[in-house]
Ligand binder design. Sequence first.
Ligand SMILES: [Fe+2]
Ligand SMILES: [Fe+2]
Length: 313
Amino acid sequence: MSAPAVPQKTSRAGEGDAATKDPAATAARLLRSAAKKSYDPGVDIDWDAPLVDGALWMPEHRVSLYGTALWDRMTPEQRVELGKHEACSVASVGLWFETLLMQRLLKDFYADDPTTPRAQWALTEVADECRHSQMFARLVARAGVEPYGAVPAVHQLGKLFSVLNWGPAAYASILVAEEVLDRLQREQAHDDAIQPLMRQVNRIHIVEEARHVAFARDEVTRGIAELNRAELAYQRFTCALTSFFVVRSLINPKVYAAVGIDPREGHRTALANPHHREMIRFGGEKIMAFLDEAGMLAGPGRALWKKSFLLET
Ligand SMILES: [Fe+2]
Ligand SMILES: [Fe+2]
């Protein structure tokens, strides 16, 4: 099993930079990076390696019930089991949102000259996300956990994502999904207490997502500058709404049943749990600072940002 090096924060191409004037230049740079470093999870992960008995699937302090009275009543085995189900819930929701992102990218490609670097990049990112979705699905299957995904109503709503979201709002909500996941994955990529299979999946995802984040940040910064007032108000709201559904979907309430907890009670307890709220805030810390600076957080959508726990005030 090869071990991809996780890029340091400072090496993330484009992060924190102002949008380049020429979108083709960003796309060309990212295409070069993809040609140099891409992974095939079918080859780069040893799916037949035995799982390590008792290893964690996510750090305990990131499990949604950590620190609650329900948590205190759980055995150490139940805590590991809940962490496994939550990690798989996050992976399957990541896979769901990657599918929606691929739809958006393909529509952008459809509208573009296919020979341009930007269109070529759109297909390259689709190819990355195809491999990621296969990887997350295999991870969940290997863990022996149901591919929970989003709850049925939100899963249905997802069909509207690429219809109602385009331009900066689409890429901003994609960034929320990608960066929250990325921040949590970076935290555990080199944590020896975490299941080696999970760490390898995380490391591959971190390396390839760095390119996606650079592209999406560029799209947001450039796209916002081109919106009129009415478009900006619409885009701010759809971005807040989509991000709310993404973040609220991460832990499917069905996970609690795996350790004998009523899903409604587990869900209620998690939403009221300061540790869980802090996990969301931590995951969104960097992207929220970027979106604030880009001007995406103003307007009535602010209430949704707070309800999602991504914004505190
Ligand atoms: Fe991905
Ligand atoms: Fe991505």
